[in-house]
Ligand binder design. Structure first.
Ligand SMILES: [Zn+2]
Ligand SMILES: [Zn+2]
Ligand SMILES: [Zn+2]
Length: 152
């Protein structure tokens, strides 16, 4: 994963609660986004970590997330806890940017250097997969789009 940065640098976004700039901060669970007006404003957001894979349900990016207990899972960037109609797709296994060579479905990490298709369940050794498509390469800057998950 690329390094995600950067204590106290502005994110370029404005806090929707108080109107002050949002900044990158470090916390117990790594970097997150907080309000520069802290402690007066305690607004926080998670930084999205893109996996390079696309959601098979809606085509949005799949991003790394954590449960309240800190366990990593992967979910759709379109997910919105406030919106029941938003995409709910999620996985425990890390998705891969390459599509399944057999059916074009989503590949996920399997054990010992293998990838398994989420759709057709076929297993492929990772070293036989084509390189990830260029468009999926994760750049090293956090995107402006932010998920509204509270950081504990
Ligand atoms: Zn604020
Ligand atoms: Zn989705
Ligand atoms: Zn497949």
């Amino acid at each position: 994963m690329p390094e995600v940065i950067l204590g106290n640098n502005p994110t370029g976004e404005i806090c929707e609660k108080c109107g002050e700039p949002l900044i990158f901060k470090y916390g117990r669970n790594g970097p997150f986004i907080g309000c520069s007006n802290y402690p007066a404003c305690r607004n926080t957001k998670s930084i999205l970590k893109f996996t390079g894979a696309k959601c098979p349900a809606c085509g949005s990016d799949l991003v790394e997330r954590r449960t309240r207990r800190g366990r990593v899972f992967y979910g759709c960037a379109a997910y919105d806890p406030e919106d029941e109609a938003a995409c709910q797709f999620s996985l425990w296994k890390q998705p891969l940017p390459q599509p399944c060579p057999a059916c074009g479905g989503l590949l996920v990490e399997a054990k010992s250097e293998q990838a398994q298709c989420h759709e057709c369940e076929q297993i492929f050794p990772k070293d036989t997969l084509p390189p990830p498509p260029k468009s999926s390469i994760v750049d090293d800057k956090p995107k402006p789009a932010i998920v509204y998950l509270p950081v504990e």
